[in-house]
Design a protein around this ligand. Sequence first.
Ligand code: ZN
Length: 183
Amino acid sequence: MKIPRVCEHCSKPFEAKTVTTRFCSLSCANKAGKERKKLEKEQKEKETLLNKYSDKIAEVQTREFISVAEAKVMFGISKDTLHRLIKRGMVTSVNLGVRLTRVKRLDLEALFTSVEIPSKKEEKAKPNFEVGNCYTITEISEKFNADPSTIYHIIKRNKIPTKKVGSFVYVPKVEIDKIFANT
Ligand SMILES: [Zn+2]
């Protein structure tokens, strides 16, 4: 089988042997793989840095002068870039001592878009399917005097997690109590 394709790394047209072939040669595949890994690594490092500093950034955002390290995180620029900008007079800086350069935050804000701080992911609580914490459909039906078909409808509509064990369907009590408390 020969399929005309364009190499995703060097953009050279080639004949692929399978529909999933993406590169013209092993060398291109390897190079593309390395590039991807490098990008992934950079992305990860950036995220780690942001997560590490996310609390601090809020505080930094209120200060007139910030450190080089803080500028690096807030605006995603390198130390070298920053020093170049200072040299050119594009960013106001004060020197408080060795390695204690402070730069004017507003100058940087005018030049760069500050990076978005990832909001801490709200971890969704795992549904508790322990027996004492669950109702069966019959129990819900009896307790809240509701028809099983209505209950299934409510479960579906509210995307309530359920667990099926044999012929029983278990539903977390908290979820059901919450819904029937509002009716
Ligand atoms: Zn290639």
